[in-house]
Design a protein around this ligand. Structure first.
Ligand SMILES: Nc1ncnc2c1ncn2[C@@H]1O[C@H](COP(=O)(O)OP(=O)(O)OP(=O)(O)O)[C@@H](O)[C@H]1O
Ligand SMILES: [Mg+2]
Length: 570
């Protein structure tokens, strides 16, 4: 039971762990897919915003007043004619930078910081537009720690470069929109190797920000839609930078994080875009689901254990009952053996008593008569008489001893196919010669008397004994009936024949009935009590049976049953 419980617990644990792992994998894949979506949408956003800036730049170049002011190098004119447009772009499209720059890349006018002008611009986008003579767009990292999507469009007239129009948009605007669209928070992390600490700190002060340069060893936060979790340390950051995803607890919240690379306009990697997904609700649902699975597993395990326990108990109960039964049977068997022993001893006692009785009576007579003969020796006639009596007694003893010897010889028999009808007729004939009263004997035979493999001498002897007993029990002149008929064995159904002897005598008393087959049991003064034991012995040698019953209309019926099948001598 213990082993079964352990095995069941292990199976359940494996089952629950498997579910947990599958779920965790599904969550990881979901985050990976979301990260890929962020990267795609961010690139799309860069493209679409760049395209918007191109359209705006072209529109400005087509504006007569702005074009004339630019040609003249008229800052006031640019201010007057472009200001409204710039303010609309700033409020509606978050375009934060607008430059008018000369063909020598010297800045003419900045609408976002009108006071600064006259400097040479040598950012990547400007240099590329200058050399390629076409519009260039891309992310530009500023020394003060700004990241801006810039478009620089050359202003040309008939092969002549008039200068450049440049527009810029802070990356914060881009990550806000992408984050909103995909329901994630985004943080721009810049590799410190592309920034200088002092410049960056100056930029933070100018923009009124409190960025922490020392929080991470390799990167610094530049823009974010939400704070990075406080639990994110250098080690966790390193594994995220390696492309792995992480689950970080932030108070009650659980954040799943991953990163996608960030490149500047020149195609150089400058940092990472960190993606944070609030998985608190998802995890709560998952935890509830897992708790349900665990409870269900426990209930199933308890049910299975219960059923198994009940079955085991039943088996044990059955086993105990069987064991008890076997024990009782063994006990009964021992009792039975003891009873048989007692019965054997009592039969032996009866036998010895019988022999002693049979021999003692004539011997007592012999002694008495010998004493009388001594005393009356003078009377020769009396002495002869007594001597004749003594001889009779001796002959009785010899007869008894002969019968006993006959009894002991019965075990060797010689069976052969025998006409049973003829055997009966012979026996009746012999019986009539010895029986003084000439009692009528009726023989009832079947139409086709059988040929049975038997020992004819033994069976005749048995039948003769039954006829003798019947005659001895009969008072008056009542007849005896012998009947031969086919009869199957009541128990096995084996075919056979019944040979019965019925008399109309006194019957057998119930208390006597149990003892009639015991050797030396007799109710007759001149009987030896060996007649029926001989019958029983002969019948058993033939694999048959013998029964005695009192007939309802008076008298006794002895029936010998003999099997039909050919016997083989034992
Ligand atoms: N046909 C019968 N009717 C009534 N009692 C019988 C009959 N056959 C046998 N018995 C009883 O069974 C006893 C035993 O019979 P069994 O033939 O063994 O011995 P026995 O006839 O007494 O002596 P033996 O046969 O040696 O002369 C008889 O003494 C008698 O009481
Ligand atoms: Mg007898």
């Amino acid at each position: 039971m213990g082993y079964f419980a352990i095995a069941l617990t292990l199976i359940m644990a494996v089952f629950v762990t498997a579910i947990y792992m599958v779920e965790a994998k599904v969550r990881d894949r979901d985050l990976a897919e979301r990260s890929a979506a962020v990267a795609r949408l961010f690139a799309l956003k860069l493209d679409s915003d760049g395209n918007l800036m191109r359209a705006v730049a072209r529109a400005m170049m087509g504006n007569q007043a702005i074009a004339e002011a630019f040609h003249r190098g008229d800052r006031d004119g640019l201010e007057r004619n472009a200001r409204d447009l710039f303010e609309t772009l700033r409020s509606d499209h978050r375009i934060t930078h607008l430059y008018f720059t000369g063909p020598d890349r010297i800045n003419l006018y900045r609408l976002h910081t009108p006071a600064e002008h006259g400097d040479r611009i040598d950012r990547t986008t400007m240099l590329q537009a200058h050399s390629r003579k076409q519009a260039v767009q891309g992310l530009e990292l500023g020394p003060l720690g700004t990241l801006t999507l810039r478009l620089v469009m050359p202003w040309r007239q008939r092969e002549h470069s008039l200068g450049y129009v440049e527009l810029g948009e802070e990356v914060k605007h881009l990550i806000d929109e992408v984050g909103d669209s995909l329901a994630v928070d985004l943080v721009v992390l810049i590799d410190k190797r592309y920034l200088e600490r002092k410049q960056w700190q100056r930029g933070q002060a100018l923009m009124n920000r409190q960025g922490d340069w020392d929080r991470f060893s390799s990167h610094v936060t530049l823009a974010q839609t939400s704070r990075l979790p406080t639990g994110l340390d250098n080690r966790a950051l390193a594994s995220l930078l390696n492309g792995e995803s992480a689950r970080i607890a932030e108070g009650e919240r659980s954040l799943h994080m991953a990163m996608v690379p960030l490149e500047n306009a020149a195609g150089h990697p400058i940092g990472k875009l960190a993606i944070m997904r609030d998985a608190t609700a998802l995890e709560a649902t998952f935890n509830n689901y897992m708790a349900g699975v665990v409870l269900l597993s426990l209930a199933v395990a308890a049910g299975v254990l219960g059923v198994f326990y009940a079955a085991l108990e039943r088996v044990e109960r059955d086993y105990r009952r069987q064991h008890e039964l076997e024990h009782r049977l063994l006990h009964l068997d021992t009792e039975h053996q003891r009873m048989l022993q007692v019965e054997k001893l009592s039969a032996l006692g009866t036998m010895v008593g019988g022999i002693a009785h049979q021999l003692n009576n004539p011997l007592v007579g012999v002694v008495n008569m010998a004493q009388l003969a001594e005393r009356e020796a003078e009377d020769p006639a009396r002495t002869r008489e007594l001597l004749a009596d003594i001889r009779h007694a001796g002959e009785d003893c010899r007869g008894f001893v002969r019968r006993m010897l006959e009894f002991s010889k019965i075990s060797c028999f010689d069976s052969k196919p025998t006409d049973v009808a003829a055997l009966i007729e012979d026996t009746v004939l012999m019986f009539r010669q010895t029986e003084a009263r000439h009692l009528p004997v009726e023989v009832q035979l079947p139409d086709e008397p059988p040929l049975l493999t038997i020992d004819p001498i033994l069976i005749r002897h048995a039948l003769f004994n039954l006829l003798q007993n019947a005659a001895q029990a009969t008072e008056g002149n009542a007849g005896i009936t012998i009947r031969l008929e086919p009869l199957s064995d009541a128990n096995s159904g084996a075919p056979g024949w019944s040979l019965s002897v019925a008399d109309r005598g006194r019957g057998i008393a119930p208390e006597v009935m149990d003892k009639i087959f015991v050797p030396f049991f007799t109710t007759r003064s001149d009987g030896t009590g060996l007649g029926l034991p001989v019958v029983l012995h002969v019948v058993l040698l033939h694999d048959g049976q013998v029964t005695a019953t009192n007939r309802p209309d008076g008298g006794t019926l002895f029936a010998i049953w003999l099997p039909q099948a050919d016997r083989h001598p034992v």
